[in-house]
Write a protein that binds this ligand. Structure first.
Ligand code: ADP
Ligand code: MG
Length: 698
């Protein structure tokens, strides 16, 4: 075809904005809005308070609160609530308070929000999971506005994102430790950069982009399954006739009904300032994903909880139920929440991007070395960060990252880093460009420097790392706190060594040499990983209860204390809360399964075998069903015995019992029930099947 040139003029007419785009940011009180609302001196006072933590002058605080209240009123709010994150998964806490007060001089109602009401409130800390930090007779706890996270309006309420601590200032929430860990990373990164000769950088921030997967099912089906209602996952159910075998769901078109729901959720998130950028169908039937553009870790943690809330609430409006559990259905993919995590400086540098000069590459490799040491020495903390009863179903299974945490750099970067450790130059990596030729008219494609490895728990993605082991139902603040703590400890180690007189280059090289066992760029689903882990003595904590034990190991108590992230009491409390949550969740599951088996499945199966007998026919099918019913009856009794014997004294013991004894019993009872489901009269099966739950709404 001949190539001709034509003069082309850009269209000049104004393009109307779709209403969804016109509404972006309308419900979030970010700094851009705040600056317009308040006097410059009030804004300056807030900025000072944000930087130092020193309370604002009372008059300024009152002026700020008044402006915020008026903004919220203009959005239809009649009240406000602090919005905080107790140690109980991704479920925020709130207590609504109205803008109505009393003027005691006249006894008339007035409309008000004072500065002190905006900045703090007091509550009961003993009824939230607290791991012994608060007893009922010493219950006071305080909630304080996190001025780094903007207030927002959701369904006619003004919400104020907050930290939640005891009367002694100990963390009762997910946010406080993350803020402390962010601060440690900031200080130590700036220190290392300065030791490497950078005198410009004043601040290093940690950025996170989460990817939230979820299942969306019909509310009616959800309500008809007591296991989903009680446990958020199915505790029994035979494989559907059609699962994910043909890969037809992945990135396929959203069905019209699901699309209406997701579009509405996305628009609402945009109004809240959540930068949803991508939505798509996931691998399993009825599974989807949304993700925003990355933001500061603390904000990302808040927006994730808020996004989960929006998804839950809107599902109700659309007659759906959304499931965030890590393994709602056996035999098809579970639900993860990849956390894309990176470091950026106020001088405009992404610390995980290879540089153009030897100096820049040295900086890049220094930070990779610090992270490598963090993963190698503190794999237990990273593992602990993703340890929940739900996530145990995923980790180490053939569809999700393994429970051994390694660092995946990609073959070429790994080779380069190892060469640096042996004395090679820092530069030279990433100078070549990889272009993939397809064929005209498709333009050549610019490829990443490294291949993608979906089997790695912590792969490098060219400008960030992706913590892929995080569970779909988790509050991401805790895993991020663990990553930041592991990194900060290593930054500190490197800084201390350099300060003690070792040349920086030698410190970087030794750090790689000593920790390169944690590098693994192979197939994380293969036995090679286990051989590698064995050979290099990598930490391998197979289950959550095992990981929780490690949390209070001496090295971790020391590290968390030194970095100011958790004191000893806080860390012990965290451990106890995690153990108790694990044990209780599995106990609830066992109770629910037992009830379902006894009151629904056994009667249906016995009724079916009775009908077989009354039919007068004989068949191997009938014999098989009878045998299975016998097995189901004895499995049910064994499960009941195991449930009765649950230990209640010690949280660690309870978690181990749940893992080692109760879970296997639940599995074998389930096996019998699932086998029966494929044989007995389908019309008499008392709960919706996998096929009905996964496929009927699409
Ligand atoms: P995937 O292909 O892995 O599913 P997605 O596009 O769903 O990737 O998500 C990638 C996420 O990584 C997005 O949230 C994106 O904003 C985030 N991200 C990109 N660059 C960085 C960075 N430098 N630091 C942190 N997160 C980042
Ligand atoms: Mg993804």
């Amino acid at each position: 075809m001949a190539i001709t040139h034509s003069t082309h003029e850009a269209p000049t007419q104004e393009v109307a904005l779709p209403s969804a785009l016109a509404g972006i940011n309308s419900n979030v009180l970010d700094d851009a809005v705040l600056k317009k609302l308040v006097d410059p001196d009030v804004y300056y006072a807030l900025a000072q308070c944000r930087a130092t933590g020193v309370p604002m002058d009372r008059e300024f605080a009152n002026a700020l609160a008044k402006s915020i209240r008026e903004w919220a009123q203009s959005k239809g709010c009649i009240g406000y609530s602090h919005w905080f994150s107790p140690m109980r998964g991704a479920i925020h806490g709130e207590k609504l308070e109205t803008f109505v007060g009393v003027d005691f001089a006249t006894d008339r109602l007035i409309i008000e929000l004072s500065g002190s009401q905006l900045f703090q409130t007091e509550t009961d800390g003993s009824s939230f999971p607290n791991g012994g930090l608060r007893e009922t007779h010493q219950a006071a706890a305080y909630i304080g506005w996190d001025t780094g996270s903007p207030p927002f309006v959701y369904r006619q309420t003004l919400y104020i994102p907050s930290a939640f601590v005891t009367w002694n200032g100990e963390a009762l929430d997910q946010k406080t430790p993350l803020l402390r860990a962010d601060m440690a990373v900031n200080e130590l990164s700036v220190r290392l950069l300065s030791l490497l000769g950078d005198n410009v950088t004043r601040e290093v921030v940690c950025n996170v982009g989460w990817e939230q997967e979820f299942f969306l099912i019909d509310r009616e089906k959800y309500l008809a399954r007591p296991d989903l209602v009680a446990a958020g996952r199915t505790l029994l159910g035979a494989a559907p006739l059609r699962g994910q075998e043909m890969d037809t769901n992945y990135f396929s078109k959203l069905s019209p009904r699901v699309n209406r729901y997701i579009a509405e959720a996305r628009d609402m998130m945009w109004e809240l300032g959540i930068s949803i950028h991508c939505t798509h169908n996931e691998v399993a039937p009825a599974q989807h994903e949304i993700s925003p553009i990355f933001g500061l870790a603390n904000l990302a943690a808040d927006t994730n909880v808020l996004a989960m809330d929006v998804l839950r609430d809107l599902a109700f409006d659309h007659d759906f139920t959304v499931l965030f559990h890590e393994k709602p259905f056996a035999g098809i993919n579970g639900t993860g929440k990849h956390n894309n995590w990176g470091l950026n400086t106020d001088s405009g540098v992404n610390l995980f991007v290879p540089g153009e000069t030897e100096e820049e590459d040295r900086r890049f490799i220094a930070f990779v070395a610090a992270l490598l040491r963090g993963v190698n020495k503190h794999g237990d903390l990273l593992r602990c960060g993703v340890s929940t009863a739900g996530n145990d179903h995923r980790l180490g299974a053939q569809e999700a990252p393994p429970a051994i945490i390694t660092l995946h750099l990609g073959e070429r970067l790994e080779a380069h880093v190892k060469a640096v450790a042996e004395g090679g130059g820092f530069g030279g990596y990433g100078t070549e460009k990889k272009e993939i030729e397809i064929t005209a008219p498709v333009a050549d494609v610019r490829a990443n420097l490294e291949d993608r490895n979906r089997t790695a728990p912590f792969p490098w993605c060219g400008n960030r790392f992706e913590f892929r082991a995080v569970g779909g139902n988790q509050h991401i603040a805790f895993p991020l706190t663990m990553v930041n703590a592991a990194l900060a400890d290593s930054l500190k180690h490197m800084c201390d060594e350099i300060d003690a007189g070792k040349p920086a280059d030698q410190v970087i090289r030794e750090t790689i040499q000593e920790n390169q066992g944690a590098l693994f760029s192979g197939d994380g689903y293969s036995d090679a990983l286990y051989e590698h882990a064995e050979k290099h003595g990598l930490i391998h904590l197979r289950s959550s209860p095992e990981a929780y034990e490690a949390l209070t190991a001496d090295k971790n108590l020391k590290l968390m204390g030194e970095l100011g992230i958790f004191n000893e009491r806080e860390l012990a409390a965290r451990q106890s809360v995690l153990q108790e949550a694990y044990a209780t969740e599995i106990q609830i599951e066992a109770r629910a399964l037992l009830r379902i088996l006894r009151t629904l499945i056994v009667p249906a199966a016995v009724g079916d075998t009775n009908a077989d007998r009354e039919s007068g026919f004989q068949s191997p099918l009938f014999d098989e069903k009878r045998k299975l019913v016998e097995r189901l009856l004895s499995e049910t009794e064994m499960l009941a015995d195991a449930f009765e014997a649950f230990p209640h004294d010690d949280t660690g013991q309870a978690a181990s019992y749940a893992h080692e004894t109760l879970k296997p019993r639940m599995q074998s009872a389930r096996d019998a029930a699932d086998a029966l489901e494929t044989l007995v009269d389908a019309r008499a099966w008392p709960i919706p099947t996998y096929s009905e739950v996964l496929h009927h709404h699409q």
